[in-house]
Design a protein. Structure first.
Length: 209
């Protein structure tokens, strides 16, 4: 990820900007990492879903709920990867159109919250450090660090994970015909579509097994 180190140094006024060729090359590297992350996260999510069903059937609601939270977090990371791919496509188009470096910088900055979240969750220390440095250096681009940090927090807390886990647990218990103590699971304001999508994945898992 050397181009990001060079990019950070440019923002700090320590180095000239990276070339378009360097950015293009490193965008390809970033896409390769995203593909690897997607496979890793998809596998973790499948395992978490299996553990959720297993603990739910065993009657261990507390442990099942922890697995439900894990499923929600992994699901959001996978959605973030899809959003990142869209952003990377836009940046590639900008490069092909001969965009100026300042415009590219602002668009690269838009990747920061997503990449920090994903790289931390998959344990990619190098990538996480590089993007944290980008966040800290962002004030030179008039994209305040406070704004980026706020975006990172929104990715983690938007549609509260606890509520999402409760809703997933409740819906899955209904699907499996397992009664839950009413005081254990509260009503949620999360998107029912997201929960139903995850439940469809569970059904597909059952059919495949």
């Amino acid at each position: 990820m050397s181009v990001f180190v060079k990019f950070v140094k440019w923002l700090k006024g320590e180095k000239p900007p990276p070339t378009l060729s360097e950015i293009r090359t490193n965008l390809r590297i970033l896409e390769m990492r995203l593909n690897r992350y997607e496979k890793e996260l998809s596998l973790k999510k499948r395992r978490a879903l299996k553990s959720l069903r297993k603990q739910l059937k065993a009657g261990d609601i507390n442990l099942a709920r922890e697995h439900a939270k894990e499923v929600i977090i992994l699901d959001r990371d996978l959605i973030s990867i899809m959003q990142l791919r869209t952003k990377l496509g836009s940046i590639r188009s900008m490069i092909e159109r001969g965009a100026i470096m300042q415009d590219l910088a602002k668009n690269l900055m838009s990747l920061v919250p997503y990449m920090i979240q994903i790289s931390q969750n998959v344990g990619d220390v190098e990538l996480s450090r590089a993007f944290m440095e980008l966040a800290k250096a962002s004030e030179r681009m008039s994209v305040g660090e406070e704004t980026l940090v706020s975006s990172i927090e929104e990715l983690s807390t938007e549609t509260d994970v606890e509520e999402a886990a409760d809703e997933l647990l409740r819906k899955m218990a209904e699907k499996e015909g397992i009664p839950l103590p009413k005081e254990r699971v509260r009503e949620s304001k999360i998107s029912i579509k997201d929960v139903e999508r995850i439940l469809r994945e569970v059904s597909e898992e059952i059919e495949e097994s």
